[in-house]
Design a protein around this ligand. Structure first.
Ligand SMILES: [Fe+2]
Length: 409
């Protein structure tokens, strides 16, 4: 019967699709199936040596993927189909076998098998894609780690560059003030005032940093003036608006250096007036860069304070306010008032004067320390350490410290 089934399938589906093998017993069938790994096993339930159900149970091993069709003669007292299902058979046919029914079942199995192969292939492709994705993910994680490391290095380099830039500006500020001992500390004070106003006005951090540098260097062009004109210039700012071209000299000196372009622009316009009567371009109101308007106001205020040491902060402020709408921007002056009032309050903070020889580690400077020749040695707010105290004492032997040192009590 099985041979007849095999021959029928071969002739119906073609030898290229069906290759038929036959075994004469259950035991030999198991060996042959293990050896050939067929796609379909067709088995009668009556076999020599074992029945088809046992054959079905024994052939189903984890690495065996064949579809098993059991067949049997009809018996009205037995439900062989249920027993076949329990034994693990994939299909059950009742003899006499109808050719159409057999072809239908075999075709169905072959189609399922093809689908399984397709799904298996897709699964392998998906697994390969997943493996590639995992590899890419590992590469990305490694690249991120390297980038983080490089960013950290760049951050350190940027910090170092910023510190070097700040030191260079500090050196220039010292050189500027060597010839202006009577205005010692003016540049740093103007920077403090200008930054205060810029922060209150909500300027960007980049704009604030450019303004801070412009304030520290705003009198760079004065080094080009003859000595007697220098003295006249710095004092004159407290009385009337200056007429010299030192802002343009500073602009020319600075604008050729990378990073100083915005600084040069702010200094160029620091003597413009909001009513258009200023120099060098006669700009009006908002045409004047806001940093230049701030710089102009802050510089005037501090020059006035230095030129009139007996006047109070409020009197200096009143002097500035008299020029709102002509020289100065009203908005800028309102924030200068905030600064002046905050200084008036902090002026009540207790400070003590002491000799350079009384300086000790841990003291906080209430004002900058300058040498007699005008060199700014340490800035206000610095907390002294042992090394700083020793260096100040040694410097004092070469270029004595000017006056008493103010420290916070
Ligand atoms: Fe100034």
């Amino acid at each position: 019967m099985v041979k007849m089934v095999g021959k029928f399938l071969e002739s119906s589906l073609g030898p290229e699709l069906i290759e038929f093998h036959e075994s004469v017993s259950g035991e030999s069938g198991l060996h042959k199936a293990q050896e050939l790994q067929p796609d379909i096993v067709i088995c009668d339930i009556n076999l020599p040596g074992m029945n088809g159900f046992e054959f079905c149970r024994r052939i189903h091993k984890p690495d065996f993927n064949a579809t098993v069709i059991l067949m049997s003669a009809y018996d009205e007292n037995e439900d062989y189909a249920i027993q076949a299902k329990e034994a693990g058979a994939d299909a059950f046919l009742t003899k006499p076998i109808k050719k159409g029914e057999l072809l239908f079942v075999v075709n169905f199995i072959l189609r399922i098998d093809t689908l399984n192969q397709t799904v298996l292939g897709k699964n392998q492709e998906l697994q390969e894609d997943q493996r590639r994705l995992n590899d890419n993910l590992k590469d990305i994680i490694q690249m991120n780690s390297k980038l983080e490391s490089q960013n950290t290095r760049i951050s350190f380099m940027n910090k170092e560059l910023a510190e070097r830039f700040d030191s260079t500006v500090g050196l220039l500020t010292n050189i500027i003030e060597l010839n202006q001992s009577q205005h010692r500390g003016h540049s740093e004070r103007v920077a403090e005032i200008a930054v205060f106003i810029a922060q209150k006005m909500g300027l960007s951090q980049d704009s604030i940093e450019s303004l801070r540098t412009a304030a520290r260097l705003h009198e760079l062009g004065i080094v080009s003036l003859p000595r007697d004109e220098t003295v006249e210039e710095v004092f004159d700012e407290g009385k009337s608006r200056p007429v010299t071209s030192h802002p343009m000299v500073a602009e020319m000196l600075l604008k050729g250096f990378a990073g100083f372009e915005p600084v040069a622009e702010l200094i160029r316009h620091m003597h413009e007036n909001v009513d258009g009567s200023g120099k060098p371009d006669g700009l009006v109101g908002d045409q004047i860069p806001v940093g230049s308007r701030i710089l102009s106001t802050a510089s005037f205020y501090d020059h006035y304070m230095v030129a009139h040491p007996d006047n109070s902060i409020l009197e200096a402020l009143k002097k500035v306010e008299q020029s709102i709408g002509t020289w100065f921007d009203e908005n800028v002056v309102s924030f200068l008032s905030d600064y002046a009032l905050s200084q008036n309050q902090s002026g009540n903070e207790k400070t003590v004067s002491c000799s350079v020889f009384a300086l000790q580690e841990g003291m906080v400077l209430a004002s900058d320390i300058y040498s007699e020749s005008g060199i700014n040695l340490l800035r206000k707010g610095t907390v002294l350490d042992r090394d700083m105290v020793n260096k100040i004492l040694k410097f004092n032997n070469v270029d004595p410290i000017a006056g008493q040192v103010q420290v916070k009590s």
